[in-house]
Design a protein around this ligand. Sequence first.
Ligand code: ZN
Length: 72
Amino acid sequence: MGCCSVCGTELENGYLFSTKDGAFSFADEVPSALENARKAPGFTEVTSLRIGGRASVPAQMCRKCKTLLVRC
Ligand SMILES: [Zn+2]
């Protein structure tokens, strides 16, 4: 458990998950649809694609200011 780094409210444990069968990733900027996302500056794969289920990653959320804390 921890507290929100923005407003100090206690964080709730949960999961960040994809819609449909996509996978979440993180990068400095969101690459355009035609670009290879893996070549984007700072690219990090947050979840890998999971067939037949939702890709998910443990996360903590501050309900007060909607800050989401994700460890990958
Ligand atoms: Zn907060």
